[in-house]
Design a protein around this ligand. Structure first.
Ligand code: BTX
Length: 327
């Protein structure tokens, strides 16, 4: 079975929406027999598509399964770079591990790794990331930007803006960003971003951007230790959200914002980022590995460094920390 043909057939049927297309017409268009078309239809049904077969009229797609398989994601994907190559596995320890491996083997810029569940999903500082099966988007994106390694943290900020825009587009929710990498809904975390780097003396070889987005979890689907701090789009909106649409939208915004960043720098994106931030202008506590500072978060620099003014009037540049609001 040629999966590329199955893919094209799904796309053709989705695009014609309510209009049924006859087996003969499809056979002519694809240059294969009607029996071959029928086999591809069966393949789609096995993948969870609901296809109506109307006598004398032909085939019509009624429902698409909300999996993260490339077939569903790439049908309707509007990007040119990001997501043209998708590596999908039903389950894995962590999409970051697969993406690192693929990057080392030379995977192209824009390669995406997707899974339905992770058994060892990770956050920063080797913390655990809870990744319930079929309920979220657990994804890593390989980018190969021609920038110096010092610029890597800014990709976390750019990704945060892309995540917020995608959530806004697909739901009616209005997420906020907590510096540097948390996306919040009503003060609870719905998304985490983990940016990792492969570099050598020549600069960045690959950026591996991990995104964990809680989509359709109920409270009971979260590990007990995160139930009080985590939330999902479904918990906040009261509606089941299409993970496929979310990934398509997220890849679209990742493509345009990373391009904008590479071509024009952080300026425009900084304005967008600040408009979504809960941190700026607020009294905060910044916990770093070697010290903790309290003060007012005054802003971020063009390099994405948090500017924290302590009570003694000193301005500190914070590169990486866990932030708590203190008001
Ligand atoms: P982080 O270090 O900022 O956040 C990790 C902390 O968030 C945990 O210690 C826990 O308190 C909390 N947490 C764990 N799971 C969840 C969850 N599902 N929802 C809300 N809060 C949670 C954030 O790190 C970066 C996370 C990136 C995850 C993606 S998923 C795809 C890719 N593969 C992988 O292994 N990691 C990334």
């Amino acid at each position: 079975m040629n999966i590329a043909v199955t893919h094209k057939l799904a796309k053709r049927l989705i695009e014609s929406q309510s209009q049924a297309i006859s087996g003969q017409q499809l056979a002519d268009e694809f240059g294969i027999s009607r029996t071959a078309i029928w086999k591809h239809i069966k393949e789609l049904e096995e993948k969870g598509y609901t296809i109506e077969s109307i006598k004398k009229k032909g085939y019509r797609i009624v429902a698409i399964p909300d999996t993260l398989e490339p077939l569903g994601i790439q049908t309707g994907l509007t990007t040119k770079r990001i997501g043209q190559k998708i590596e999908y596995v039903e389950s894995c320890p962590s999409t970051q591990i697969i993406a690192h491996q693929l990057a080392q083997e030379g995977a192209p810029d824009g390669t995406v790794v997707l899974t339905e569940t992770q058994t060892a999903g990770r956050g920063r500082l080797a913390r655990k990331w809870d990744s319930a099966a079929q309920k979220g988007v657990w994804m890593s994106i390989i980018l190969r930007p021609d920038v110096v390694p010092q610029k890597a943290p800014q990709f976390t900020l750019v990704t945060a803006v892309a995540v917020v825009r995608a959530i806004e587009e697909v739901t009616r929710l209005q997420p906020k960003i907590k510096w540097p990498n948390d996306i919040l809904l009503n003060g609870k975390k719905c998304t985490g971003i983990l940016t990792e780097l492969q570099s050598d003396a020549d600069g960045i070889q690959a950026l591996i951007i991990g995104i964990g987005l809680n989509v359709n979890q109920e409270k009971k689907d979260f590990d007990p230790e995160v139930q009080e701090i985590a939330t999902s789009l479904k918990l906040e909106s009261g509606e089941t959200v299409s993970r496929q649409k979310l990934v398509q939208s997220l890849l679209y915004y990742m493509e345009i914002y990373t391009q904008l960043y590479i071509e024009e720098g952080f300026g425009m994106l900084k304005i967008l980022w600040e408009s979504y931030s809960t941190t700026i202008g607020q009294p905060v506590r910044a916990r770093m590995t070697n010290q903790t500072l309290e003060g007012i978060a005054e802003g971020i620099t063009d390099d994405g460094v948090l500017q924290l003014r302590t009570a003694d009037g000193k301005l500190h540049g914070i590169y990486s920390a866990d932030i708590e609001m203190t008001n």
